[in-house]
Ligand binder design. Sequence first.
Ligand SMILES: Cc1ncc(COP(=O)(O)O)c(C=O)c1O
Length: 416
Amino acid sequence: MASLSPLLKQATPVRAVRGEGAYLYDDQGRRYLDYTSGIGVTSTGHCHPRVVEAAQKQAGELVHGQYTTVMHPRLPELVEKLGQVMPDGIDSFFFASAGTEAVEAALRLVRHATGRPNVIVMQGGFHGRTMGSLSLTTSKTPLRAGLQPIMAGVYPTPFPYPLRYGWSDYETSDFCLRELDYLLATQTAPSETAAIFVEPILGEGGYVPATMSFMRGLRERCDRHGMLLVADEIQTGVGRTGRFWGHAHFDVKPDIVITAKGLASGFPLSAFGASEELMSKGWPGSQGGTYGGNAVSCAAALATLAVIEEEGLVENARRRGDELIEGLTAVAEHPSIAEVRGKGLMVGVEFANNGTPDGEAAAKVQARAAELGLLLLTCGPYGQVVRVIPPLITTREQVADGVNMFAQAVREAAAA
Ligand SMILES: Cc1ncc(COP(=O)(O)O)c(C=O)c1O
């Protein structure tokens, strides 16, 4: 009998057969509050009627309008729409399917456009699992183990994670910027460095928001040295953090924005945007793919963006996020919790035991929460952070429910 690869593991034992809004239902009809959003994907919730309708209509007209062969109408429509939500000056877009492909595409562009070989990445960053993006990824060792050596020319620099360093935000940011300058003076000269890749909020690496001074410091160094600033907004984008893009919290403008996940509410679609001037410095023939910009995914993305705008979901993410952080902070009085942090509906709860990251405690809470009907994920190099990622449509009542189940899971996991 054939079997699913044992290398694919599920974080919960739930067998989901149906999704609606913030809820998943299993084959017994049991309801779960899905605060994983399929790893930050179901921005408009599961099966939003308008997204479903748009995808069904498109599937009946044209599924695969292969974009290096023909142009299908949803593609220019989506380009137009993305241009409206991107920062000023980012007006040219390339499309792929998975996040990692968009990261690889951006990597190709920064090397071609600058003629420089190296890139700087954040320690703890996650950018994907294919060889190029994996080489930019330092969120935990099992991702690279047994696969090294990987692509050369990648230089990690410290990301401001005040809890880990035990310093204030200011001290940590200052240290990180000094280390970046040192890296540029000792390992990768600016003239050899094409770009700095950053997640405005470290995702898989532990749900750690950057700081304003750090992000501004990155922008200043990029401007000074002719390097490009690439914001990987695959997890932080499309309203997740209570602003349309995560970098907007820090008042900096990147040269390239990468997006995926929440963009099409669950249909596979990724993209990166840059100015037309920058995009045209890429080498002809360097970008393409079979499935990129799939017509059904583009139709779902157009519906997603319309729903986000018309239902005020960015503002909802901000308001519900404030309530979520407030509720979880009250739970954080429990001695197993070291910190609650995040922005909007991208919230992490870090577990520690006498100052040491405690992945076991986080795993117990995640497992108990699933039994109680609340789906959560963990992240961080030690699995020490429980991350709470509701869909942007979540309600005040659901947030209160989620916080109550989380509090019960923390109490019961500690007593077990
Ligand atoms: C910030 C970031 N970049 C890239 C990726 C890779 O995206 P995908 O899994 O769609 O390849 C992820 C996925 O979690 C991510 O969070």
